[in-house]
Design a protein around this ligand. Structure first.
Ligand code: TK8
Length: 350
């Protein structure tokens, strides 16, 4: 019922936006009627993300725009929107399903609300390194997961990178598992994330990314977890005092396209957007890794206190969250969990 209500709300919002011309980019066809972006003449891709214009994710979107407009000689135009201008991850993903938006690039965690198997990437401490993550995401199990999106009117064109997630808070340094005790931590809207932070002793709250800064500013939550690039570029150092290198989850992004729009493209155009999403993803991942490497130092320069998690303490966290993996294995799908775990072992072994 809740899902139906939110879909109805999104549909009403979409109708209102288009009806009152809320966006001067509305796709007016020749006869002034609104039509889906891939019908009629010029095709328009409305590409929206939650992070701001300084983040490597937006630079990846600009790269996608550059490639697609060049390769199609302007037949396809890409409009880029950042900072949640078109809504939060779940709202934008629903807009793709409705055909009122064409591209968004959420973390895999909120995608799990549409395709539960994607929660496999939320298993804490799954990936030991970026290199192993690269290998596994390029492998059959992860690539097959993208195909499952089509059952939900979505096309997954490529994996991009959000990165290793680290904890910040405004209450105390977090160096041991005991330090999590009672901390009000915002998590992404994903049941596995929620359960994992409960096992660590925190008091987690699921929340859309667009509400996070205000919630920290008002003290509704004590802390959050995201890669250093997001923590720095979203200015979380203004409302958070402590940062710890928990590295508890590696989050991929998925470059999503509306299936309605994708199916309306010619075969050549479909290949162009696929290739562009992959090439722009390589560019985004390179920028993201450069950013994450330098931004911890900048966070300390901005006055945050950094706490390093020892191997011994991290092992206690790994042990504490093990029951969550068993609890969620059926929800995710045992075949997917076992397949990804085997892929990780294989990538580590090489
Ligand atoms: C941005 C989000 C963000 C994610 C989160 O739209 O929600 O904390 O890590 O990157 O997708």
């Amino acid at each position: 019922m809740k899902k139906l209500m939110s879909l109805l709300a999104v549909s009403l919002l979409a109708v209102l936006l288009v009806a009152c011309g809320g966006d001067d980019n509305a796709n007016e066809g020749q006869n002034g009627e609104n039509e889906s972006a891939s019908e009629g003449g010029e095709k328009i891709i409305r590409a929206g993300i939650g992070l701001n214009q300084n983040h490597p994710q937006y630079k990846g979107l600009l790269k996608f725009k550059e490639i697609v407009e060049e390769e199609t000689d302007g037949e396809i135009t890409v409009e880029t929107y950042h900072s949640g201008q078109l809504g939060d991850d779940r709202t934008m993903t629903e807009a793709l399903q409705l055909g009122t938006q064409e591209v968004t690039v959420p973390s895999t965690a909120p995608i799990a609300n549409f395709v539960p198997e994607f929660s496999v990437f939320d298993i804490p401490f799954l990936f030991p390194s970026e290199e192993v993550a690269d290998e596994v995401l390029a492998g059959d199990v992860a690539q097959d997961l993208l195909k499952k999106l089509e059952e939900k009117d979505l096309v997954g064109l490529a994996y991009w990178e959000n990165g290793f997630r680290d904890l910040t808070n405004s209450e105390r340094p977090v160096e041991t598992i005991e330090d999590f005790d009672g901390l009000k931590i915002r998590t992404m809207e994903n049941d596995l994330h929620l359960a994992a932070f409960e096992e660590l002793g925190a008091n987690p709250t699921p929340m859309a990314f667009t509400e996070l800064f205000t919630a920290m500013q008002q003290g509704t939550v004590d802390g959050q977890e995201n890669p250093y690039a997001t923590i720095y570029l979203e200015n979380y150092f203004e409302v958070q005092d402590y940062v710890s290198d928990t590295h508890h989850v590696y989050s991929p992004f998925v470059f999503l396209m509306s299936k309605e729009f994708y199916d309306g493209l010619s075969e050549e155009e479909q290949q162009i957007v696929r290739d562009a999403a992959k090439e722009a993803g390589e560019h985004q991942i390179k920028l993201n890794r450069e950013a994450n490497a330098e931004y911890l130092e900048k966070l300390v320069d901005e006055g945050m206190e950094f706490s390093e998690i020892s191997d011994e303490e991290r092992q206690k966290m790994v042990d504490a969250v093990q029951p969550v993996i068993e609890d969620f294995k059926d929800d995710i799908g045992a075949e997917t969990v076992d397949g990804i775990m085997e892929a990780v072992e294989q990538a580590q072994g090489e």
